[in-house]
Design a protein around this ligand. Structure first.
Ligand code: DX5
Ligand code: ZN
Length: 222
């Protein structure tokens, strides 16, 4: 069975009470915590950096899935690793030398992901599949939570085929507009990690929201 991981995105949480929000989604059955780092340059929004991630680290055992939407992330990779990131995902569009960036992340002994914006062809990540742990396919234009899902199911399908072809053990994460309606669309194509911000945090009962997304996904052997 293809186990699907649910990664709530902290971007939609109540920032005046992150301690409570994180503990609540941990109790509610989240698998990972998705942390959206934005610099106001690569994307038109600013969130938080290593200092905040370091402060959150002792609050939970959840896997810290750090999604860096920042220009030239190589400048800060070590800082995010030291802050407690378990996975560092960088954007292919944001980095000059992808091989150097991959090596820097590996040298920090954290997992590595590469992310693609909705309009970036999925084939652009193929040369790096043997070196990475995850591909994050954006299903919204990065920068904000609460946007509508852009249907990238065929990118997921093509990537899954390529991963099977090269026999690599790589996760496919989909981020943006994920809900109990849209998560099954990409899960059925081979996505293993579903990031969900507003569809979890904007509801009073986060446990119910996570359970509903989980139940909406028909687990498949691909
Ligand atoms: C957008 C972020 C997403 C966002 C998802 O740039 O990368 O992680 O928080 O939020 P929803 O699930 O509301 O689209
Ligand atoms: Zn994200």
């Amino acid at each position: 069975m293809n186990k699907i991981l649910i990664a709530p995105s902290l971007l939609s949480a109540d920032f005046s009470n992150l301690n409570k929000e994180i503990k609540e989604i941990e109790q509610a059955g989240a698998d990972w915590l998705h942390l959206d780092v934005m610099d106001g340059l690569f994307v038109p929004n600013i969130t938080f950096g290593p200092l905040v991630i370091k402060a959150l680290r002792p609050l939970t055992h959840l896997f810290f899935d750090c999604h860096l939407m920042i220009a030239e992330p190589t400048r800060y990779i070590k800082k995010f690793a030291d802050a407690g990131a378990d996975m560092i995902t960088i954007h292919l569009e944001a980095v000059r030398n992808i091989s150097t960036a991959i090596k820097m992340i590996k040298d920090c002994n954290v997992k590595i992901g590469i992310s693609l914006n909705p309009e970036t062809p999925v084939t652009e990540v193929y040369p790096y599949l043997k070196d990475i742990d995850m591909v994050l396919l954006m299903s919204v234009h990065p920068g904000f939570s609460g946007q509508s899902f852009i249907d990238i199911r065929f990118k997921v399908e093509a990537l899954k085929k390529e991963i099977n072809l090269v026999k690599q053990d790589i996760l496919i994460e989909v981020d943006g507009g994920m809900s109990k309606e849209t998560a099954p669309i990409v899960a059925n194509m081979g996505a293993n990690v579903i990031v969900a911000g507003s569809s979890i945090f904007d509801t009073p009962d986060r446990k119910q929201a996570i359970t509903e997304i989980r139940n909406s996904i028909i687990e498949v052997n691909i």
